[in-house]
Write a protein that binds this ligand. Structure first.
Ligand SMILES: C[C@H](NC(=O)[C@@H](N)CCCCN)C(=O)O
Length: 456
């Protein structure tokens, strides 16, 4: 007698890892644009008259719509209501629109001001804000997609691999734009918009990849006998949000997320400039050192994710990562330690830190929040995180402009002193340690299972 077993497409290794590869590529394209202007800071100041505060405003715009217009929360609600296919395609399109605006602002600089900001900064920041909305909503969509395919399987490894792929985009963005802008320049004037044009092309490719994924998603649902992407039972309800925000574990994860990521992502905006100003690295190579950070995470995030899947210890991993964040930024702040080799070692250690916490944090959320509320839960966590992603670059930009300019004997600007900004980044590590310890204690009390392996 032959037994017929209806298998879900999730059970096929090829299908689930294939789906992961496709959506991860879309994220890689988004993460490239996220950091594309970071290494261009010195060129923007020299050739376009930007100040550090302008740079801070542009980068903080990333969170404007997410934070103030609650676009992330609406994104989460749309995700839980309309499903991953609709939301993912919308997010990918939003990234393209926002980036087109950024390209326009850099390629066609405008005179005058808008709402007190230089016109080009205002238009470009608006574009970055729209992009930020798209990439964040894409992020929660992809997290939900990974849970859909990998729950009860290699969940943390899959999330680690997705982050690793996305961070290749970050590494590219830190290493490529400055040499590219210089190489494509004409008559000594660098082509600052060229790296953004490259990103625009990548985003279109990312959109096409996600379109491809939608077919895989339909196949998955067909294999599981689901005809409608969002069933009655799974559809979003306002009570879901109330359920999530009443959960102490959720708040501890969200707080840890905003503190930890405020010490990393905004740091990356300034890392190239730090290498030039503190460690005296040549402009042409300065981006290569911070780009080691995402490269390290490419190997280590899946490694720690796999460890969490098999051995557990998620809360402990997050605590160790937070301690390392404090240690690394404290060394960056120390004024006498200014040899570039120290910078390389610290960046590598920061890469380890940046692998530890995310590899344990994101796969821990489904242990605290039920799957049907996951879209909203990830969205709420990203919303809290975006306060930091928005506030920190602005704070650092203003601090640099006001308190860190060093002038030579003739009163001419010589360089930025990064001590104070790095002390601020170190403070995020200190606060993260306190929250990570509280999360570990709460896990012990409530039994979320953060210290237990993910695989059955
Ligand atoms: C998975 C996690 N994603 C985030 O934190 C998102 N808010 C996207 C941030 C994008 C900034 N580059 C991560 O990338 O670790």
């Amino acid at each position: 007698m032959t037994e017929v077993i209806n298998k879900s497409l999730r059970d096929s290794k090829g299908a689930r890892w294939g789906a992961l590869a496709v959506v991860s590529f879309t994220m890689l394209c988004g993460y490239y644009i996220n950091y594309v202007i970071s290494p261009l800071k010195p060129l923007l100041e020299e050739y376009m008259g930007w100040t550090s505060a302008d740079f801070g405003v542009w980068n903080s715009a990333y969170g404007w719509f997410n934070v103030f217009f609650l676009m992330l929360i609406f994104g989460g609600i749309i995700l839980d209501k309309m499903g991953v296919r609709f939301t993912g395609l919308g997010a990918a399109l939003t990234m393209i629109v926002g980036t087109a605006l950024q390209y326009y602002a850099i390629e066609f600089p405008m005179e005058g001001t808008i709402l007190g900001f230089k016109s080009s900064i205002a238009i470009g920041a608006l574009g970055f804000g729209i992009f930020g909305m798209g990439v964040e909503i894409a992020g929660i969509t992809v997290s939900k997609i990974i849970v859909k395919w990998f729950k009860g399987k290699e969940l943390a490894l899959a999330m680690g691999l997705e982050m690793a792929t996305a961070r290749m985009g970050t590494a590219l963005a830190l290493a490529v734009p400055l040499p590219m802008a210089k190489a494509l320049g004409v008559n000594g004037m660098p082509s600052i918009s060229a790296p953004i044009m490259l990103g625009l092309g990548l985003l279109v490719a990312g959109f096409i990849a996600f379109l491809w994924y939608t077919f895989m998603d339909k196949k998955l649902e067909k294999s599981e006998g689901i005809s409608d992407e969002v069933s009655e039972e799974d559809a979003f309800k306002v009570s879901d949000i109330l359920f999530i925000i009443k959960n102490k574990g959720f708040w501890l994860i969200a707080l840890l997320c905003v503190l930890f990521y405020s010490g990393i992502f905004p740091f990356l905006y300034y890392a190239t400039d730090l290498m030039i100003n503190k460690y005296g690295v040549n402009e042409d190579f300065a981006g290569a050192i911070p780009s080691l950070l995402p490269f390290g995470t490419i190997i280590l995030t899946p490694f720690f994710g796999n460890l969490y899947d098999r051995k557990g210890k998620g809360a402990t991993i997050m605590l160790i990562g937070s301690v390392m964040l404090l240690a690394v930024h404290s060394f960056f702040a120390a004024p006498i330690l200014n040899h570039y080799i120290i910078a390389i070692v610290l960046i590598i250690l920061l890469g380890v830190t940046f692998s530890l916490v995310p590899s344990a944090m994101w796969p821990s959320v489904p242990k605290i929040i039920p799957e049907k509320q996951l879209g909203s839960a990830y969205a709420l966590i990203f919303w809290v995180q975006n306060w930091g992603l928005m506030g920190m670059p602005l704070l650092i930009g203003i601090v640099l402009e006001k308190y860190c300019k060093v002038v030579d004997d003739n009163g001419v600007f010589s360089h930025y002193d990064y001590t104070l900004p790095m002390v601020i980044f170190a403070a995020t590590g200190l606060l993260a340690i306190i929250v990570a310890a509280a999360l570990k204690a709460e896990d012990k009390k409530k039994g979320y299972g953060l210290e237990r392996p993910n695989m059955a």
